[in-house]
Ligand binder design. Structure first.
Ligand SMILES: NC(=O)C1=CN([C@@H]2O[C@H](COP(=O)(O)OP(=O)(O)OC[C@H]3O[C@@H](n4cnc5c(N)ncnc54)[C@H](O)[C@@H]3O)[C@@H](O)[C@H]2O)C=CC1
Ligand SMILES: O=C([O-])CC(=O)C(=O)O
Length: 328
């Protein structure tokens, strides 16, 4: 028997990430090749944006995706999020050259207050929310705090692009393949302070740390390369990353919904106090997922170098949180 369609809301649907994302959701890459979806697409209530959204929907129609069970255009989150099972909050201003992601906070924070409130009122009580719009961790924190009737655990921020970037860098350095690398993670904020950590990683069962055996490379090449990759893409492309961001959003939601079979992935999630991170801080952690739930990998040793890095990214997140306290 075929499955009942699920509702997937995507904001910023006519933007560059939206364009790289929607076709993959509709083709079943996110929730499975047997899961029909109804797309509930949100754009700003502006003639140009709504017209562009219609154009994207025409293209979706022209793909004749067998799993696309319905499609709606919205200009108001209160209708876009009605009964939604999944919400990908992408719509927000991107940064340009010379900006840090936190410079977007004042421009984007209001969006996530309004959207958190709308999710609170109209979304499915089990909605899985992924915030992509930057600064992603703090926007996810704002949305969570604006939706007090929904479980905190339903709100997540995207650290998966950083995780995937770190995988590729480690594979290149060790001359191995991404698919063989396990147990890598990225702690903290989706910002240059993030701490990509391969201390526990293995490749075909061998310790990545031993294969690399170069703390100078870790501190002075690997961490800055992963941490500043977004800026390097803006510098090269003139626009912020889009296809790789959409790909990471698919990975994040797919793994959350369908499980990782014991493999570690990185998700930005509200802390429950693990590793000394204060409750509710939206922090990148290593997790495994099963039956639609994520679980932090606990009990990992945090050495002095790692603790220092974790403290730096935590401090930045706490400053961002303080900067938006007046909105909550
Ligand atoms: N977390 C991550 O790893 C990454 C996050 N990003 C962030 O994702 C966001 C979107 O990036 P792009 O798609 O490249 O930007 P874009 O400017 O191409 O598209 C954004 C779209 O969102 C729409 N939008 C703005 N406010 C909205 C609202 N209140 N409701 C609904 N739609 C709204 C705009 O009209 C526009 O069509 C940016 O904030 C960017 O910095 C980008 C890459 C990676
Ligand atoms: O860097 C940006 O502004 C876009 C982004 O978040 C990334 O590519 O990681």
């Amino acid at each position: 028997m075929s499955k009942k369609p699920v509702r997937v809301a995507v904001t910023g649907a006519a933007g560059q990430i939206g364009y790289a994302l929607l076709f993959r959701i509709a083709s079943g890459e996110m929730l499975g090749k047997d899961q029909p979806v109804i797309l509930q697409l949100l754009e700003i209530p502006d003639e140009k944006a709504q017209k562009a959204l219609k154009g994207v929907m025409m293209e979706l129609e022209d793909c004749a995706f067998p799993l696309l069970a319905g499609m709606e255009a919205h200009g108001d989150p209160m209708t876009a999020f009605k009964d939604t099972d999944y919400a990908l909050l992408v719509g927000a201003r991107p940064r340009g050259p010379g900006m840090e992601r936190k410079d977007l906070l004042s421009a984007n924070a209001a969006i996530f207050t309004a959207q958190g409130k709308a999710l609170d009122k109209v979304a499915s009580r089990n909605v899985k929310v992924l915030v992509v719009g930057n600064p992603a961790n703090t926007n996810a924190y704002i949305a969570m705090k604006s939706a007090p009737s929904l479980p905190r655990k339903n709100f997540t921020a995207m650290l998966r692009l950083d995780h995937n970037r770190a995988l590729s860098q480690v594979a290149a350095k060790t001359g191995t393949q991404v698919k063989d690398i396990e147990k890598l993670t990225v702690w903290g904020n989706h910002s240059p302070t993030m701490y990509a950590d391969y201390r526990f990683a293995t490749v075909n069962g061998k310790a990545v740390k031993d294969l690399i055996n170069d703390q100078e490379w870790n501190a002075n090449t690997f961490l800055p390369t992963v941490g500043k990759r977004g800026a390097a893409i803006i510098e090269a492309r003139g626009l912020s990353s889009a296809a790789s961001a959409a790909n990471a959003a698919i990975d994040h939601m797919r793994d959350w919904a369908l499980g990782t079979n014991g493999k570690w992935v990185t998700m930005g999630i509200p802390s429950d106090g693990q590793y000394g991170i204060p409750k509710d801080t939206m922090f990148g952690f290593p997790v495994t997922t099963q039956n639609g739930e994520y679980k932090v990998v606990e009990g990992l040793e945090i050495d002095a170098f790692s603790q220092e890095r974790i403290n730096i990214t935590l401090k930045e997140l706490q400053e961002e949180q303080q900067g938006v306290a007046h909105l909550l």
